[in-house]
Every structure is written in C-alpha cells, then in structure tokens.
Design a protein. Structure first.
Length: 568
C-alpha cells in the first residue's frame, strides 16, 4: 500500500513545496542534483542532436557548426575567471559563516556588495571583448580555422556575452540556495538553459541561421536566472547597490580570490589551447573532440559534480566546527560514493562508445567516419572518468578548508604538462585528436594523484584502509564487469540487434547496460563493497516522494575498531 494517497501526492507536487525542501544530507542533496543533472543531460543531448541536425553538414556547414562551438569558449572564460573565481573559492563558506555567526541580513549585504563589484568588472571586460572579438578569435585559433569561421564565431561571441551577465547573477542565486541546502531549484535550472537553446534554435533557425543558437543561449541564461529568483526572494534576499569594501567578510572573500582566479586562469588557458590545437589539426577537429568530451562529462556531472557540489556546504560546516575527524570521514565517504558509481559508468562508456555516440548525436546527423572518430576519442577519455569525478570532490575539500593555494599549485603543474604533451602530439606526431584525448586522460590521472597526496598530507591521514580497500574492491568489480560485458555486447551487436535501426540500437544499449550493472552489483556484493548499500538508499529516496524529501540521516559506514586509529 502506498504511504500516502495519489491525491495527496498531487497536491504536494502542485503546491511547489517540494521545490523548497531543505536537503539535510549529502546523499539526499547529491541524489537531487544527480537526478536534475540527468534530465539536464538528456536535454543537452536533445539540444546537440537538434543543433547537429539543423546546422551541421559536409563542407561549409560543418565549419559553421564548429564556429559555434569555438564561440562558447571566450564568454565561458570570462565567466569562469570573474564569477566562479569568487563563488567557487569562498562564497558559500563565507556566506554560511556570516549567516551563522552574525545574521542573515549581514550575509545578504555581503552578497549584494560582491555581486555589484563582480558585475561591474564583468561588464567592463565584456565591453572590451565585444569590441575586439574578431582579432581575439583569430589570435586564439589555428591555421585551419577559416576566415568565415572567425567571422561567425566572433559575432556569436558578442551575443553570448549577454548570456554570461545573466549567468553571473544566476550563480549568486545558486550560491545562496545551496548555502541554505536547497538544491532542487539550482539543480533543475540548467534544464531550462538547455530548453532555451532548443526553443531558440528550433523556432528561429530558419530566420537567423546559426545565430539562432546564440539567441537561444541568451534566452536559456535568462530562464536559468529567473527560475531561481522566487525562492531566493522568499528566503529574504533583496539586492542593494553597494560598493562597501570595508564590510565584514568582503575583504576576506576577495583575499581568497587571487589564488582561485589564477587557478581558473590556468585552467582556461588549457581550455582555450584545446581550441587552438584542435583547429590546427583541421577545420572540424574541434567539433570531434568537443563532442567526445561532452559524452565523457556525463558520468562526471552525474556523480562527481553532484556529490562534490552537494558536499561543499556540509564540508564547510564541518571545517567550521574544527572537528577534523568528522571532516575526514565525510571526505572519504564521498570519495567512495563517487567511485562506486563513476567506475562502472566509465566501463559502459568505454564498451558502448559507438552506440552511445549514435544515440546522443543521431546516426543521421553524423557520417560514419565522424562517428568512429568521436568513438575513439571517447574510448580514451573514458579511462579518466573516475579520476575527474573524484577531483571534483577533492577540490571542494580544499575550498571548505579555505585553502585555495594548493589547488593553484596543482593546476600550474597540470596545465604545464597538458600544454607540452598536446603541443607534441599535434605538431610532432600524426596522432591528431587522439593525441589530445591521450593528453587529457593522462593529466587527469596525474591531477588525481597530486590532489590525493596533498590532501593526505594536509589532513594528516587520508589514504588508508578506509579509502584503499573500498577503492580496490570497486576497481576489481569494474574490471570483472568489463571482462564479462564485452562478449555479450559483441554477440548482441552482431547477431541479435540490427543497429541500423534506432529502436534496436536503443534496445542494445539498454540490455547491455543492464547486464553490465548486474555483473557489477554481483561482484560488489561478492567482495562485500559497503557502498553497495547506497543502492538501497537510492531506492528509498526515490520510492516515496514524501519520505525521500524529508530529513534523513546520512549513510556513514563505521570502520572496524582495528581500523579506527588508522582511518583517514
């Protein structure tokens, strides 16, 4: 019997109260973010299929679509440096600290001041980029990028700058809501962003061509912002124009920014260099590597970003209490949870790479050669999925400890390795985009090793049996999953399903995925992987809406007495 009647459920959903519920655990918050990310990712794939179907084609059409992908880079770089440099570094921890130690009003005043300062800087930089978009685009792309592509990318860049201003405002709203542990609205806002691009491209494509996608980006950014405004307003935030640098907390926040801005600067150098290296290989090579990277980010967003993003407010609270032992347990628990989901996801991405490419981007939208090229890129990138997912949590652990210097040092090392390796593969070998994929995977593994080692030193113990044993068990389970999954996949692909038909392609993917996860769960149970209990927790949260949205205690596994002195 259901715990409450259908009529009650209907009233609960229609009232909108579930959108305002507070998530009191990392698992519940992570589930909310992961679920919303899943819908957003589906919307993103629908967006990509629509854009490919509407604007991509052989010859000049392929070049125009690639210009759209290049156009995203410069506005994104502005946003990453100016806005996320503040928000990711310290906003949530300092906002939370101000709200708890002083008052909600002081926290909101702090928010208004920081918003005003950053928006003024953003608009000033945006004006410069708007004016000089074309020479900047020409400077940052390779020799294979055509004059037509430079012109289109420059015009699209100018349009997208408007969207980034809206995103800047929206992400302050996100920071406020997440500091109050309200994750549902921020988690579904990217869905509306993708919806804006879809609607803009579909309805305006015939009139404005590729520029309809840029208009859609602006519409999506506005929807991303406006969907969060009502709850932010309800929680009491009122923006006031202020430039009071002397206000408590402002100097502290900006003192933490330089290292983080420098870190983002280096990361953006890496991202922009990808555009330069790829456009030095061929006029559509950037599209190939970019589409492969998007598929790689699916499990990272679902598990690494979801749990990492959900953990930051909790880690910030634990670091504020000076309870280092509980903070360490929380970090290890979150790392193990991420690996439990990310490792099998990477195996599925590796084995099912070609069917996934065809499903995500449409078999008719891409020629077979492009499909195979993206599939090869995805196969290489899949190896680094778990590493990149874990790094999402480790970076936030440093931020919760108000340490932005260490991530900066790691990023300097990683970007240096990336630039050297990528330059070598592009200009001194014939490996092309596969060389760029190998570079991305290698630096991701190095980055994970550095972050783990440095956090272990900082916390005086992280890599011990409570981390190594579960991770080892999950690696073994994932390896066995790959071994037992490959043969059924080949048999089903060649003898059972006709994958030239979309329905059978979907059926192959579903059947193979089901087999893979069942094998993974079986070996996890056999090896007594304690994170397997997360499956029960997920079912509990999604079985009953009302129960899942109420407060529940976080799942911690308790180490044995023998390991207690060694843990973390």
């Amino acid at each position: 019997m259901l715990p409450f009647k259908t009529e009650q459920l209907s009233k609960f959903l229609v009232s909108g109260r579930w959108l305002e519920k507070q998530q009191n655990t990392i698992l519940s918050a992570g589930l909310i973010i992961a679920t919303a990310n899943l819908f957003s990712l589906f919307a993103g794939m629908l967006r990509d299929r629509l854009l490919l179907g509407q604007f991509y084609g052989p010859g000049e059409a392929g070049e125009i679509y690639t210009a759209l992908q290049i156009a995203f880079q410069l506005p994104d770089t502005m946003y990453q440096l100016i806005v996320l440099g503040a928000l990711s570094a310290a906003f949530i921890p300092i906002f939370t600290e101000t709200r708890k130690k002083k008052s909600k009003e002081d926290a909101y005043t702090l928010t208004s001041i920081v918003m005003t300062i950053l928006l003024l800087v953003f608009i000033a930089v945006g004006a410069i980029v708007f004016i000089f978009a074309e020479p900047i685009t020409a400077l940052r792309t390779g020799a294979e990028f055509t004059p037509l592509q430079i012109e289109i990318a420059s015009n699209l860049t100018r349009i997208m700058i408007v969207a980034q201003v809206l995103f800047a405002i929206s992400n302050f709203y996100t920071g406020i809501l997440q500091s109050y542990q309200r994750f549902i609205i921020p988690a579904i806002s990217p869905l509306f962003y993708n919806l804006g691009i879809i609607l803009g491209s579909y309805f305006l494509g015939s009139r404005f061509g590729i520029y309809a996608a840029g208009i859609g980006v602006v519409a999506g950014a506005f929807m991303h912002m406006i969907i969060q405004l009502p709850l932010v307003y309800k929680l009491g935030f009122r923006y006031t124009l202020s430039l009071d640098f002397s206000f408590a907390g402002v100097k502290k926040l900006f003192s933490l920014m330089p290292a983080r801005v420098l870190t983002y600067s280096l990361t953006e150098i890496q991202n922009l260099s990808l555009g330069f290296f790829a456009t030095s290989i061929g006029s559509v090579s950037f599209m190939i590597i970019k589409l492969g990277l998007r598929l790689m980010t699916i499990p990272i967003r679902l598990f690494g970003v979801s749990i990492g993003q959900a953990s930051l407010p909790f880690l910030s609270e634990e670091s504020a209490t000076k309870d280092s032992q509980k903070f360490k347990i929380l970090v290890v628990q979150s790392l193990n949870q991420i690996s439990f989901f990310a490792l099998p996801a990477s195996i599925l991405l590796l084995i099912l790479r070609v069917p996934i490419v065809r499903l995500a981007y449409g078999a008719r939208n891409l020629d077979w050669s492009s499909t195979l090229s993206i599939g090869r890129v995805v196969a290489i990138l899949a190896i680094s999925v778990a590493a990149q997912a874990l790094v999402q949590l480790l970076i936030r652990a440093f931020h919760a400890l108000k340490d932005t210097r260490t991530p900066f040092i790691v990023t300097v090392i990683i970007v240096g390795i990336y630039l050297v390796m990528a330059g070598y593969f592009v200009f001194f070998t014939q490996m092309g985009i596969l060389g760029l994929a190998i570079t991305t995977t290698f630096v991701a593994l190095v980055e994970l090793a550095l972050f783990l080692g440095l956090l272990h030193i900082k916390m005086k113990g992280l890599i011990d049996t409570s981390f190594l044993i579960p991770q080892s068990k999950m690696l073994v389970s994932s390896f066995l999953m790959a071994v037992f999954l490959y043969l059924p996949f080949r048999v089903l692909d060649e003898l059972v399903f006709n994958t030239t038909k979309s329905i059978e392609l979907i059926a192959l993917t579903i059947v193979t995925t089901t087999i893979g996860f069942l094998v993974y769960i079986y070996f996890s149970a056999l090896l007594q992987v304690k994170e397997l209990k997360l499956i029960t927790r997920v079912i509990t949260h999604f079985s009953f809406w009302k129960r899942g949205l109420k407060k529940s205690e976080e799942f911690f596994y308790e180490p044995s007495l023998e390991d207690r002195d060694l843990q973390l």
